[in-house]
Design a protein around this ligand. Structure first.
Ligand code: AHG
Ligand code: MN
Ligand code: MN
Length: 342
């Protein structure tokens, strides 16, 4: 029988990869793992249970309809992280402001977590994959004091760990602490995440492009030209490419990471910075992409180098196979050489 490595065993084995105090990462990840299992349970019964299904009736800070499961996942993550007392605060897409944990031992926590508790929420009630995205930073302020905004507004280059959970045809936890990317699949019969995708690598190039083409008329000229490039016939480069867009960033990204592809959410006429949030979506996935050998930019700048100025800031996103992202960037630069240099 082949030996199965569980997430707990993996964390212990790879403790040395994590440059900080022993046990901390393991406690942080076990909080995330627990919340993931609880959210997974609810996701799986979303079609059955009336009070979970459907919109919660209020809107999140960005004015988007909040689904009940968003609220539920947000609370589960917050409670699990609070209970571990390694984290002095969390920032969430669902909360206007960050939450500082200033009660008990948590105020001594050395880390902060940022998250999109439920990504792809428009897909909850149609049985399509959704996800959770998280990132972990070391705090900037002194342990023992209340967490401040500067603890959260850190560039991706300062990340200590990031990852996502995908609630798909199976549930997976994929994360990196800066030494490559590993994926764990939840064996629901025993409730344990098992290492199923060791050392994940994004193919250098691929044949999938993912973008909401309904916004085509509002895209920058370079994006329009790149889409046309993807659609052209060329035997040598195996074009036309294939178009795949789920509308759940985690799921679109995960598929492209395994098969090779590019995901794009560019600026549009109505959303000049695109739709996706730098802190909760773009930075953590950019970290995973780079750790797997891929690339992530806003069209001209590496996502991980952007200094965040606002918790809910948005940026365009071009992410996935390195060569495909570079090609898209080349089209952008050619169509708008001035913007590319600014
Ligand atoms: P969330 O559910 O956290 O608000 O995120 C939705 C995001 C992302 O998951 C997805 O790729 C994108 O919105 C889809 O946007 P469009 O419907 O504009 O294509
Ligand atoms: Mn999202
Ligand atoms: Mn969300």
């Amino acid at each position: 029988m082949t030996k199965v490595t569980t997430l707990s065993e993996f964390i212990v084995e790879r403790q040395a990869d994590f440059p900080f105090a022993k046990g901390e990462l393991s406690r942080l990840l076990s909080a995330i793992r627990l919340a993931a299992k609880v959210v997974n349970r609810e996701v799986n019964k979303a079609g059955l249970v009336d009070d979970i299904l459907g919109a919660a009736g209020n809107e999140n800070v960005q004015g988007e309809a909040q689904q009940k499961l968003d609220v539920y996942a947000n609370n589960q993550m917050i409670n699990a992280l609070k209970a571990q007392q390694e984290v002095c605060g969390i920032g969430s897409e669902e909360n206007e402001d960050f939450i500082a944990f200033d009660q008990g031992e948590a105020i001594w926590g050395k880390y902060v977590v940022l998250m999109d508790p439920l990504d792809g929420s428009s897909n909850i009630d149609v049985n399509v994959s959704i996800g959770t995205i998280f990132s972990i930073y070391r705090r900037k302020t002194k342990p023992g004091t209340k967490a401040e905004l500067k603890d959260f507004l850190q560039p991706g280059l300062d990340l200590v760990a990031a990852g996502y959970i995908i609630y798909g045809s199976s549930t997976m936890l994929v994360f990196s602490t800066g030494n490559g990317v590993n994926g764990f699949t939840l064996d629901t019969s025993i409730g344990v995440f098992c290492l199923s995708h060791p050392n994940m690598r994004i193919p250098k190039t691929g044949r999938i492009y993912s973008i909401n083409e309904g916004n085509y008329k509002q895209f920058p000229e370079g994006v329009k030209r790149y889409i046309k490039y993807c659609q052209e016939e060329d035997a040598e480069t195996d074009r036309p490419y294939t178009s795949r867009y789920i509308g759940s960033l985690v799921a679109d990204f995960h598929r492209n990471m395994i098969k090779g592809g590019i995901y794009m959410y560019p600026s549009t006429g109505t959303n000049p910075n695109g739709k996706l949030r730098l802190m909760y979506e773009n930075i953590p996935l950019a970290f995973i992409a780079e750790q797997a050998g891929g690339k992530a930019t806003n069209g001209k700048q590496r996502i991980l180098e952007i200094q965040p100025e606002d918790l809910h800031q948005r940026t365009p996103l071009f992410i996935g196979s390195k060569e495909m992202v570079e090609k898209a960037e080349a089209f952008l630069a050619e169509a708008d050489p001035v913007a590319a240099k600014s």
